[in-house]
Design a protein around this ligand. Sequence first.
Ligand code: SF4
Length: 332
Amino acid sequence: MNAYDLVRAEVMIRGYDARWADDAEQYDVVAIEAEFRSKLTNPDTGASSRTWTLAGKLDGILRERGGEKRTLLIEHKTSSADVGPGSDYLKRLRLDGQVSIYYAGAAALGHQLDGVIYDVLIKPSRRPLRATPPEARKFTKDGRLYANQREVDESPEEYRDRLIEAVSEAPNEHFVRAEVVRLETEVKDGLADVWAWGQTLREAESTGRHPRNPDACVRYGSTCPFFPVCTGEASLEDATLYRRSEVLHPELNTNADDRLLSSSRLSSARACQRLHRLTYIEGYRPAEDADALRFGSLIHLALEAWWLAPQSQRLDAALATLNPSPAILAAG
Ligand code: SF4
């Protein structure tokens, strides 16, 4: 994580606080980062799976202080996609099987959900400005560099000022919330899908067949970390590229023999069964987490602190998790 990433995270958290601090006053925080286990049941017979347990972690459970006093799950996402009203990103949430898992998970923790708030933070698109390469520099007659060229890299503090400007000008484009409500039948349909995937994965394991899906090798602008292995250009034993661990669900507290179906596991299985085998059966992971993943985790940690802290201390508590450099804090 470089200084520019930290500045970007800091500006996003400051913007989040400015956008949502007042709104948060309408909720009591019931739980934050709540881990659950829930039975997976056969939709036809109601019998519990003898193989799988549903598992996951809920970002937060909130209860409205007034009105209907609804119980809502809040799920934080960071995205670079268009998340405006009517966007495909928001429409897709209606189908998202993850929501059904949340309902089951919250119920297992003793909370009946009335809805899910997707709390999306859009990464500012402005990038740090870099010095113009010497061979590309152009000068005016009086020896000054062209106005659109730079002699030195933009400093993190200068970058921070530009990001604050972008976020302040368009807060509604950078911080979006959408509420998704599931009918009981929709929750059941979603969990029936999960049951079907559980069956598929069990069968794949017993036959040893985990087909590759070349359509999933490049998705959302990034390449699957196992692409070099599947194309025969690298080995899983290359420690500079891959590590192997017995911990199959690093985000959860698990025992080695737990057979857990989490949203992440289902997502990898739906994308490509070979990817699922490599990560959730054999335990391989990229030696280094992708930048986007690290950045998302950083924001997640800051939001966890924000929601846990008393109102007057939320921003400070969240910024403390970013641990920005003294120079960056001083500029605040
Ligand atoms: S694991 Fe699947 S998605 Fe990843 S590179 Fe191989 S075939 Fe493609």
